[in-house]
Ligand binder design. Structure first.
Ligand code: BG6
Length: 493
């Protein structure tokens, strides 16, 4: 693995927030332990909380769950400065610069905005006010998290504001699903094997299904979630980006610009659902009390910070099409949400049945093959095939062939945030969506949001622990198809 030698400072804005605690600090420490960060490395952490440097070090040890006496941890902690302040206040940025000047030599700078998205514009303006958008002795990059805006107009506005301060090639927009090992594998799986690519089109594919289900509820993020809902939280970004990686045209090389261009092309080919068809093509749900994994849980409106009359959707299912020669007429069904029956993300390609009908009268009728790319958990790939059942008589049956990461590689998969930080530092933009992708995704999503905003639209209730409201089943059943049940036994170790 490569390591850069120039001094590096990471400015982590929002250093005590949910994302920083759960993902960024553990990822930074892992990279540090593997010696993948430069020798001269510092983090200037910024948050509102009034911590002294020592208190912040204690907070971090608890967050990352390490022994404070661990020698590697002690070295890591010695690289960190803490600035307590309001990021809306330009003075905080003077303090950031002073803290930085005290500990770090001139070098490369990475600004990581892990703060509330509503603060992004103020932060970048304040960065500019202090002239921190460049450095004399290296590069400056800006890393920021989705959501990028709350709709097409606000996303475009945000982009304009960012470009007032940073150049496009300085901006790294995060969609952490792209950095999941299994999503990265889509590129190799498709284009590194001669087996599938010629079948990857409307001639051979009957339809595609994406399930991105979570058993967890809103996990204490009520204020954020209620203003967002699942369409903005997961469909607009993670699900569309995964689909782009699975279904895009073949890049001519591994050049990041080429791969990003292919993803962007795919996203801009998504057929925008005409507003009068949304009611028939998309269904929305909101979870009620129910049992998840044997435990009783409250309904959405019983969660902390959620108003009793909230109509925020916590699950969505629908059907989309892609305006391309390759995918013409192939329906892509998606269902995703919180408090669903399983925590599972997978993409299934259902192939057409063979042209012959040799086995159609058999007791177990032959079925079209299904290839499932399991993104998480129990990561792997599974193909369902028709075979002859052993015995004197000719009978058919369905079996599966699977590849499981855990059996094959016997190692933990690299955490997405480690990969993203590593790539941003290296300057590899492959896994970062560009402004055009985000625009194209919002263009597809916007009519759905408009439909949702209509006072008449109320999400349908579903019991926590189910697969969503009956409308989710009906939506696919109308086409004579059914949801493929994710197999909990797939790749279990
Ligand atoms: C985040 C969403 O972007 O992705 C969360 O805001 C969701 O609501 C999460 O739970 C899912 O990511 P992962 O990596 O935990 O599957």
């Amino acid at each position: 693995m490569r390591r850069i030698d120039s001094p590096l400072t990471i400015f982590l804005v929002g250093a005590t927030g949910d994302l920083a605690r759960k993902k960024i600090w553990p990822a930074l420490y892992d990279l540090f332990k593997q010696s993948l960060l430069p020798d001269t490395f510092n983090i200037v952490s910024v948050a509102r909380a009034k911590y002294s440097k020592a208190e912040f070090a204690d907070f971090l040890a608890q967050t990352v769950k390490v022994e404070k006496s661990d020698p590697a941890w002690k070295r890591f902690i010695s690289t960190i400065e803490y600035v307590s302040g309001d990021v809306m206040d330009p003075k905080t940025f003077t303090e950031i610069e002073e803290a930085h000047a005290k500990i770090a030599p001139c070098g490369n700078h990475l600004w990581y905005l892990a703060t509330l998205p509503s603060l992004y514009v103020s932060v970048v303006k304040n960065i500019k006010a202090e002239q921190l958008q460049t450095t004399q002795c290296g590069w400056t990059k800006l890393l920021l998290e989705k959501p990028f805006g709350v709709d097409l107009a606000t996303s475009q506005q945000l982009n304009k504001e960012l470009l007032q301060v940073f150049e496009e090639d300085q901006i790294y927009r995060i969609d952490h699903f792209l950095a999941k090992e299994t999503v990265q594998n889509l590129l190799v799986f498709r284009f590194g094997n001669g087996l599938f690519e010629h079948l990857w089109n409307h001639q051979f594919v009957d339809h595609i299904q994406v399930t991105s289900a979570e058993q967890i509820g809103i996990a204490g993020r009520g204020v954020f979630y209620d203003s967002v809902g699942v369409v903005r939280d997961v469909l607009q970004n993670h699900v569309l980006q995964m689909l782009a990686m699975t279904l895009m045209e073949e890049p001519t090389s591994l050049d990041p610009a080429e791969i990003r261009k292919r993803r962007m092309e795919f996203l801009s080919q998504l057929e925008v659902v005409p507003s009068e068809q949304i009611g028939a093509r998309v269904a929305f749900g909101q979870y009620q009390a129910g049992q998840v994994d044997g435990l009783q849980v409250v309904g959405y409106t019983g969660e902390k910070d959620i108003p009793a009359e909230s109509v925020t959707e916590t699950a969505v299912a629908g059907k989309l099409f892609v305006n391309s020669e390759r995918w013409k007429g192939v329906p892509i069904y998606f269902r995703l949400g919180k408090r669903l029956q399983q925590s599972v993300t997978e993409i299934s390609i259902k192939f057409k049945e063979p042209m012959n009908s040799m086995f159609s009268t058999f007791e177990t009728p032959q079925k079209g093959n299904v290839l499932t790319l399991r993104i998480q958990p129990n990561e792997g790939v599974i193909v369902r095939l028709n075979v002859k059942q052993p015995g004197l008589e000719l009978q058919t049956g369905e079996v599966s062939m699977q590849f499981c990461y855990h059996n094959q590689f016997q190692m933990d998969l690299v955490e997405a945030y480690q990969k993203l930080l590593y790539d941003a530092i290296q300057g590899d933009t492959t896994l970062f969506p560009q402004a055009e992708d985000i625009d194209a995704s919002w263009r597809f999503i916007q009519p759905i949001l408009d439909y949702l905003a209509d006072a008449q639209t109320k999400p349908l209730p579903y019991a926590a622990g189910s697969w969503g409201p009956a409308a989710f089943e009906e939506l696919i059943a109308e086409d004579g198809r059914r949801w493929l049940e994710p197999r909990p036994d797939m790749c279990v170790v």
